[in-house]
Design a protein around this ligand. Structure first.
Ligand SMILES: Cc1ncc(COP(=O)(O)O)c(C=O)c1O
Length: 423
């Protein structure tokens, strides 16, 4: 049944049926949450070994460094090496920080704003205007960071291969365009992996701004839930190859490997940037939590061992994603009212409804007790010009709850589409 081609009588019949279904969902008083990409309790339980990774004073000494004391601003050598191993860069290029990569990202932008970057003529707060490229749909918290500094956010359409580089290459001719967000592997929310060609075009960009800041958030670099690990390019050496070594800062964390909010995070950058940044960071902190860094090193060991753990996460995640996609295929596909990506990793399924349905669908879902990421959140300023993108986050609820939540979601999407197409 194609919803776009219903006769008036067919519309009425379908509307009566879907409304009745919706009312019965509402009557159940559900309380379900598919709003944020949080690991499930089962995933947290999977990594309980980290709770006892350090049990004695002797174990707290790592290559002669006592993790219990101040020191090693850039992080424990072994933690930096672990991230370097995963990211494919050099240990000397890694700064292992605290529990959140988002905090490191904020701090990098903040330092550009207050002090300027290595190649800045002046701090960005002294610039008349700062513009920022935001591939969208994208990660709402990225957009909020740059919005909070008063930058002008420019939406870049996403393609199947990453951001539309024709548009990017044109916009960076403007010297007030100072940077760009990227989630290059299993992008949030589309689950897109940037193609090699896109990565090359990004690495060889020649922005007019001498201090252009390429934010490379590799949050999902090892987060396959379907199939084998997909290797990715080391963006630091790619940029260096084209004379852009200082343009890029890469970020990663163990938030969705071990414990979100209690993991470890890093940035990776050129040695010149490292020297510049550590001078500034050394004013705000004496050192980060090396005990947690050491716990992670002991528990995760190396890339190979970490990838083995990710396979265990995948066993929990895959049935949930399969269920979401199967439900959409069965309930929504024949109606012609939405399309979606079928990711093999990351934490989201990105649904694009026919224009003008996202807000209404999510309002209906909320009324029926299903909370989802708010409409528009995946666009700069929270404004989705087509009111179409909905981010489904299936990781947190157990499968049985997810089944209900998806049934409610599909019912709401149908109802929103019917309301809009009333004859
Ligand atoms: C793309 C992306 N980057 C960063 C984060 C947050 O990472 P962290 O916990 O390291 O701050 C998330 C969390 O959902 C994310 O989706």
């Amino acid at each position: 049944m194609d919803y776009m081609a219903l006769s008036a009588a067919e519309w009425q019949q379908e509307y009566d049926k879907v409304s009745a279904e919706y009312e019965s969902w509402k009557a159940k008083g559900l309380k379900l949450n598919m709003a944020r990409g949080k690991p499930s309790k089962q995933q947290l339980d999977l990594v309980s070994g980290i709770l006892t990774a350090l049990t004695s004073a002797e174990e707290c000494v790592d290559s002669g460094v006592d993790a219990r004391n101040y020191g090693e601003l850039k992080g424990l050598e072994s933690a930096r090496k672990l991230f370097a191993d995963i990211l494919g860069c050099k240990t000397s290029q890694v700064f292992a920080g605290g529990n959140s990569s988002l905090q490191l990202m904020y701090d990098t932008v903040s330092k550009a704003y207050t002090h300027g970057l290595l190649h800045s003529e002046k701090p960005w707060c002294k610039e008349e205007s700062v513009k920022w490229l935001c591939p969208a749909p994208g990660y709402d918290r990225h957009f909020k960071v740059t919005e909070s500094f008063g930058f002008e956010l420019i939406t870049i359409p996403m393609t199947e291969n990453g951001p539309d580089m024709d548009i990017v290459e044109n916009l960076i001719k403007d010297p007030s365009v100072k940077g760009m967000w990227n989630v290059p592997k299993y992008s949030n929310p589309d689950g897109i992996i940037y193609s090699d060609e896109t990565i090359e075009r990004i690495a060889k960009m020649k922005p007019a701004a001498p201090d252009f800041l390429l934010m490379w958030d590799n949050a999902y670099c090892i987060h396959e839930f379907d199939g084998e690990f997909v290797p990715f390019k080391d963006i630091l050496s790619e940029c260096e190859k084209y004379g852009n070594a200082d343009m890029v800062f890469e970020f990663a964390s163990t938030s969705k490997v071990t414990l979100p909010g209690a993991g470890i995070a890093c940035f990776a950058c050129s040695e010149a940037n490292m020297e510049y940044m550590t001078k500034l960071i050394g004013i705000q902190a004496i050192s980060f939590d090396k005990m947690n860094q050491l716990r992670h090193v002991k528990y995760l060991q190396n890339k190979e061992h970490t990838l083995a753990l990710m396979k265990e996460h995948a066993k929990i995640m895959k049935p949930k994603f399969d269920m979401v996609v199967e439900t959409l295929e069965r309930e929504i596909k024949p109606l012609g009212i939405a399309s979606w990506h079928t990711p093999k990793g990351g934490y989201f399924v990105s649904v694009n409804t026919a224009p003008g349905l996202a807000k209404r669908t999510l309002a209906l879902a909320k009324e029926a007790g299903v909370v989802m990421t708010s409409a528009g959140a995946t666009y700069p300023y929270g404004h989705d010009p087509l009111d179409s993108n909905i981010r489904v986050a299936p990781s947190l609820p157990p499968v049985e709850e997810l089944e209900q939540a998806m049934a409610v979601f599909c019912c709401c999407l149908k109802l929103a589409a019917l309301e809009k197409s009333k004859k």
